[in-house]
Design a protein around this ligand. Structure first.
Ligand code: CP
Ligand code: NVA
Length: 317
């Protein structure tokens, strides 16, 4: 038997069976947040963030508390890492005190290194390249709307080809979905390595992957329209005007939503910039499920902590 999955470093670490288990447990935590209130009793979880966060921090701290543990929040400059202590030494020290590490930072390679040297589970809470915990919340929200039968449904991300777009492709591929990512292409397209990986997963799962540059064609008949901010944390301000101009046709407006399926929903990981990537009447309108999505950040992180610390996940290896 292969070893259980230790960390969630990338969205691609999760198998479909892992995701199904996590969504099922998260649904239970949605109904009863305290159903495993001793799972992390007398244990601590470090939450280390070098980028801002509203939802992920609140969801993570609340999830730990609901499992009976104590969260220890560490801001970027709180640790000696900023003064030259190595990532590997830091990982070993945190492993001596805590039962898991949730980390949000810039470079994916830093999170990978923490995973390599920590003996405890390390969870990627967003990097420049990926946002796996977000996608668990997103897919639980999708499941609640449409159930398990996703045949003949199209799941469309519109906007910047960023970390969330990458995670959208990989998660959709793993779930066997028809996923579309529409971006202006060029500098703002998803990384070709991610698209390749999504296609590779799709060959096994039966998913259909499309990466396109026409937002109208992309959303026509869509069940889900998903977008994210145009300027991500860490993006170069020097690119702002060029980027906003390129992305303007990708704004999710009511006109764009009119092209979607009758029962379509609008999704956004938040924070949102009304009037940029999404119109106010869309995000605050009847099709928007953004608050349910945000609610599920806690339920899914709680499920992830619960199963990862018990060694229940199998991973993809
Ligand atoms: N969606 C999300 O990750 O939000 P925060 O940046 O507020 O954590
Ligand atoms: N793409 C955004 C997501 C924020 C949750 C960022 O990285 O800033």
């Amino acid at each position: 038997m292969s070893a259980p999955l230790k960390d969630l470093l990338r969205t691609s670490d999760l198998s479909k069976a892992d995701i199904e288990l996590l969504l099922e447990t998260a649904s239970k935590f949605a109904k009863n947040p305290l159903r495993a209130k001793k799972a992390l009793a007398k244990r601590t979880v470090a939450i280390y963030m070098t980028k801002s966060s509203t939802r992920t921090r609140l969801a993570s701290e609340t999830a730990v508390a609901h499992l009976g543990g104590t969260p220890i929040f560490l801001r970027g400059d709180d640790l000696q890492i900023g003064r030259g202590e190595t990532i590997s030494d830091t990982a070993k020290i945190i492993s001596g005190f805590c039962s898991a590490l949730i980390v949000r930072t810039f470079a994916q390679s830093d999170v990978n290194e923490l995973g390599k040297y920590a003996s405890i589970p390390v969870i990627n809470a967003l990097t420049d390249d990926d946002h796996p915990t977000q996608l668990l919340a997103d897919w639980l929200t999708i499941r609640e709307q449409f159930g398990k039968d996703i045949k003949n449904r199209k799941f469309v991300y519109v906007g910047d080809g960023n970390n969330v777009a990458a995670a959208w492709l990989i998660m959709g591929a793993t779930m066997g979905a028809h996923v579309v990512v529409a971006t202006p292409g060029g500098k703002w397209a998803p990384k070709s390595s991610v698209v390749e990986q999504a296609n590779k997963i799709a060959k096994q799962s039966g998913a259909k992957i499309e990466v396109v540059t026409d937002p109208k064609e992309a959303v026509t008949g869509a069940s889900v329209v998903y977008t994210d901010v145009w300027m991500s944390m860490g993006d170069s301000e020097a690119d702002r005007s060029e980027k906003i101009a390129a992305l303007s046709p990708f704004a999710v407006t009511n006109d764009l939503m009119k092209l979607t399926a009758k029962d379509s929903i609008f999704m956004h990981c938040l924070p949102a910039h009304r009037g940029e990537e999404v119109a106010t009447d869309v995000i605050d309108g009847a099709k928007s499920v953004v608050w349910r999505q945000a609610f599920h950040r806690r339920t899914t992180i709680q499920a992830l902590l619960y199963h990862l610390t018990k060694g229940d996940l199998k991973g993809n290896k």
